[in-house]
Ligand binder design. Structure first.
Ligand code: G
Ligand code: G
Ligand code: NA
Ligand code: MN
Length: 253
């Protein structure tokens, strides 16, 4: 309960921060976007999301938290646009609960227009499991987001029992290969079979594909050979505060 009330105040007290993890095109080691990952600066402690996102989901605080993250990402996109010519997108993780809000799309629209960045500056990551669990709630918002130019990436793809027939009808832009398949690449034949299938699926649906959780050269090489060239993971960078990310931004201009 104490944690809950502290988290409640964290937003107004400006204690939340976003760190950013690069998405890298390995052909040329070029950053092609970032994922925003939340942290809570609680006194001298930097609390990782695993320690407060679950509570936020239970209590509903995830809604104001996520709305803050969208605004903060738009603000950061504007700063990077002005200083570095940043024209890629910042991906924000969006739990299903947000789709309960009828004003979700309006909120996102407001955030990007108030900071003067294009709608594609914000990308949303929705987990495959969440998407499939709640399709009827989520689909109308996905279409409206697509209409205004906010792209959708399906996170943790391969773990969520998608109806592939349904997938073809959804306005999504990217499949993000779950790290469990990436972890085992080059070690088990099953993992490369799944990765190969996801890459083929993305290609035939005209979607981008990205691999997450890439930690070593072996995984990178297998992915590249299978046709996936955009990757994210500790091999390249963990999530870093904005000033540290600027090393990457300087290379892209
Ligand atoms: O950054 P880290 O590895 O500690 O993240 C742990 C978990 O918290 C991951 O599952 C990640 O998706 C989730 N997470 C991180 N930032 C956010 C956020 O801003 N919103 C939501 N909903 N989840 C987040
Ligand atoms: O899919 P999700 O949004 O939960 O992914 C974000 C989480 O993944 C964060 O907790 C981040 O710290 C973590 N992460 C990022 N890169 C790597 C990696 O290379 N290996 C592992 N094990 N975790 C990673
Ligand atoms: Na994610
Ligand atoms: Mn993921």
């Amino acid at each position: 309960l104490e944690l809950e009330s502290a988290l409640h105040k964290a937003i107004e007290r400006n204690e939340l921060v976003l760190h950013y993890q690069p998405k890298v095109d390995v052909r040329g080691a070029k950053m092609v976007g970032v994922e925003a990952l939340m942290r809570w600066q609680r006194g001298s402690m930097l609390v990782p999301p695993g320690d407060f996102i679950p509570l936020a989901e239970e209590t509903g605080l995830i809604i104001p938290l996520s709305e803050w993250a969208i605004r903060e990402a738009a603000r950061q996109a504007r700063l990077w646009q002005d200083s570095f010519g940043f024209a890629d997108s910042i991906a924000v993780n969006l739990p299903n609960r947000l789709f309960e809000r009828t004003d979700l799309v309006e909120h996102i629209h407001q955030a990007v227009t108030s900071y003067g960045v294009p709608h594609h500056a914000i990308e949303l990551e929705i987990t495959e499991t969440g998407l499939m669990k709640d399709l009827q709630n989520v689909i109308p918002s996905l279409h409206r987001l697509n209409e205004i130019g906010v792209e959708i990436s399906i996170d943790d793809f391969g773990t969520g029992y998608s109806s592939l027939a349904y997938l073809t009808t959804l306005p999504i832009s990217e499949l993000k290969i779950d790290r469990s398949f990436v972890r085992d690449l080059g070690m088990t034949p099953q993992s490369s079979a799944v990765v190969t299938a996801i890459i083929a699926l993305a290609r035939s649906l005209g979607l981008r594909v990205i691999a997450e959780g890439v930690e070593n050269m072996r995984q990178m090489e297998v992915l590249h050979r299978l046709g996936c060239v955009v990757m994210q993971g500790f091999l390249f960078s963990k999530a870093q505060p904005p000033d540290v990310l600027e090393q990457w931004l300087e290379q892209t201009v």
